[in-house]
Design a protein around this ligand. Structure first.
Ligand code: GDP
Ligand code: MG
Length: 296
């Protein structure tokens, strides 16, 4: 092993979008990448907005995986603006994983169109060829050839999301292209529930927007409970806005509860879009003196 103490290695981080047809193995890949299941929010295909799927923490990097819904959908259901938004969102990530499976492949024309429409930018697009455990190596060659000619992929990476082969290479290639950046998510707190962090941020944002900055610096939001509703019931979420003084509590609650209602409604609508699920938001305000000091 070689090491060079003169070269200071910078921490890297970034957002990676995974796109691919249904069934190619996106969820399996994610579970493999983040080495655990994100169970709070089950992935649903009809999502309208980007959503964090998982965070992979490495010593030298943090990889945040998003999905880009709206690209693979039956044509007739397409809302042009939504598709445009999906492509637009691809410009904001640091890398794209374009995932296909070996063996039986379908919708090749659509695939071509998607590749054509990808942003012509410097964002690296990787072709992830999944399910290589199902075929002989020799069968991969024509596939690789085909895609090489179709698009200028940064790399073509054969993997098996199921048995893990190729996954380390994939991670290494991704880290290679990520920019220097911070850990967006504290590893000890949010790796298995990035949703909670985002949900709290959504509420904070609404407090900020609707109370016009009187409160935010003195507030913290905790998601105290989040559970999937059974039998088609909405996702239940109990959140508490902590503030320092009673006077702030009055502002947040508002005349006859008008303000907290507005905050809750606006936050809930955003959560529902993000999670693609109905949400029951049980929102509370509590005074907790000196919480800032307590947080250290
Ligand atoms: P998604 O719709 O793209 O999220 O696909 P899923 O991750 O749900 O996978 C669809 C099916 O393919 C499931 O039955 C997986 O077990 C299977 N699958 C995923 N990855 C692999 C793989 O690498 N090899 C094999 N043999 N099956 C896989
Ligand atoms: Mg899936």
């Amino acid at each position: 092993m070689r090491s060079n103490p003169q070269v200071e290695t910078k921490f890297k981080s970034g957002f990676i979008s995974i796109i691919g047809q249904p069934n190619v193995g996106k969820s399996t890949l994610l579970n493999r990448l983040i080495k655990r299941k994100l169970t709070i929010v089950s992935p649903k295909p009809q999502t309208t907005r980007n959503r964090i799927l998982g965070v992979l923490n490495q010593v030298e990097a943090q990889l945040i995986f998003w999905d880009t819904p709206g690209i693979y959908k039956p044509r007739h259901a397409l809302d042009k603006r939504m598709v445009a938004a999906a492509y637009q969102s691809l410009k904001q990530v640091d890398a794209v994983l374009f995932m296909i499976q070996t063996g039986q492949r379908s919708n090749l024309e659509e695939e071509k169109n998607i590749l054509k429409a990808l942003p012509k930018s410097k964002i690296p697009v990787f072709l992830v060829i999944n399910k290589i455990d199902l075929v002989e190596k020799s069968e991969l060659l024509p596939v690789i050839d085909y895609y090489r000619q179709l698009f200028n992929f940064r790399q073509l990476i054969p993997v098996s999301a199921l048995n893990g082969s190729g996954i380390e290479e994939l991670i290494a290639e991704l880290i290679e292209v990520l920019p220097a950046g911070p850990r967006y998510f504290p590893p000890e707190m949010f790796t298995d529930q990035p949703e909670r962090f985002i949900m709290a941020e959504i509420i904070r944002e609404q407090v900020f927007l609707l109370t016009r900055q009187e409160i935010p610096y003195a507030s913290a939001v905790m998601v105290e409970e989040m559970r999937e509703g059974d039998n088609n019931r909405p996702l239940y979420m109990r959140c508490v806005i902590y503030i320092e003084h009673n006077s702030q509590k009055k502002i947040i609650i508002g005349q006859a509860g008008g303000m907290i209602k507005k905050i809750g409604q606006a936050a809930r609508m955003e959560m529902e879009q993000l999670l693609d699920s109905r949400v029951y938001l049980d929102l509370w305000v509590k005074v907790k003196k000196d919480w800032r000091e307590n947080q250290g």
